[in-house]
Design a protein around this ligand. Structure first.
Ligand code: NCD
Length: 299
């Protein structure tokens, strides 16, 4: 059956567990041939370092090949006036799946409606970033051995950060998760969105000061301010992860996470802490989880 991955809501809890199971095995041996004979297009209309290259690595480690297109808005026939829909149809013919990043929320859904092949959403504007949420969720799962009964903190641009939107969707699929949202002034989550997670059973606490962070949470997930989505508005980042805060409120097993890029929200003094996941486990798991997603899609 044809499966696209546009939103975390395209996945059941069984799908997520299956992806985690495959990712666990790829973490032990990151070499496979489940994409043998397959070509995957990577169409990235927005800047990317990790997502683009980890997808490229994941395809190659799975025995497949890629067509790689960064910045197609400037370098493809779109420049001549071709429509987005036509472009997607064309790459749907050349490849067995399309991984796409685009600045417009909802564009991955549009692509999945017209493409003759699977679409994997690698970030659609302020919308979602489901593969990032899966690698973040997998990082927590592999360290804490569970994806339910978790208590965690999410900090930063909760309004425009698509990784946060997908991550909360993921946590709200599993039982008994409780999240503290610490937001930068003016960048808190829309009340309707908050309500939708609460209705699914996710416990959410809104806090506005670092001193309100409860002790010993399972993870802290920091995000940057999405300045490129703020227009002329200038918002200063007030919450910075430093050793001082860690000494005050973190526990022995609290994981320090960030989807990256960081632009000052985590002090470099934290990098060598064994609980810091952003320059180690999250990066490695990005490849394993993306290998696993392809395995799940083509099963
Ligand atoms: C994130 C994104 O693009 O949404 N980056 C990533 O894919 N690792 C986070 C961000 O840009 O802030």
């Amino acid at each position: 059956m044809r499966k696209s991955l546009v939103s975390i809501d395209d996945l059941t809890t069984a799908d997520i567990k299956e992806i985690f199971k495959y990712a666990t095995s790829f973490s032990k041996n990151p070499q496979s041939n489940h994409l043998k004979g397959k070509i995957i297009s990577l169409l990235f209309f927005e800047p990317s370092s990790r997502t683009f290259s980890s997808f490229s690595a994941a395809v190659k480690r799975s025995g497949g090949q890629t067509i790689e297109y960064q910045n197609p808005g400037e370098t493809s026939s779109l420049k001549k006036g071709e429509t987005f829909e036509d472009m997607i149809k064309v790459f749907g013919v050349y490849s067995d799946a399309i991984v796409m990043r685009h600045p417009v929320a909802g564009s991955a859904k549009v692509a999945s409606d017209v493409a003759g092949t699977q679409i994997i959403n690698a970030g659609d504007g302020v919308g979602e970033h489901p593969t990032q949420a899966l690698l973040d969720g997998f990082t927590i799962f592999s360290k804490h051995k569970k994806i339910n009964n978790l208590k965690g903190l999410i900090v930063g641009d909760l309004k425009n950060g698509r990784t946060v939107h997908s991550l909360l969707r993921l946590f709200s699929k599993f039982k008994n998760n409780e999240i503290w949202l610490l937001s930068i002034k003016g960048l808190s989550m829309e009340p309707t969105e908050l309500e939708s997670y609460k209705q699914k059973g996710l416990k959410i606490n809104l806090i506005y000061k670092e001193t309100d962070i409860p002790k010993d949470l399972d993870f802290w997930y920091w995000t940057r301010i999405q300045t490129e989505r703020l227009g002329n508005k200038k918002i200063k980042n007030t919450f910075i992860l430093r050793n001082e805060l860690i000494h005050k409120s973190a526990g022995k097993r609290t994981l320090f996470m960030h989807p990256l890029p960081r632009v000052g929200e985590i002090s470099e003094e934290v990098d060598s802490d064994p609980r810091a996941m952003y320059l180690s486990e999250q990066l490695k798991n990005g490849v394993y989880v993306r290998m696993a997603i392809f395995k799940w899609i083509f099963k």
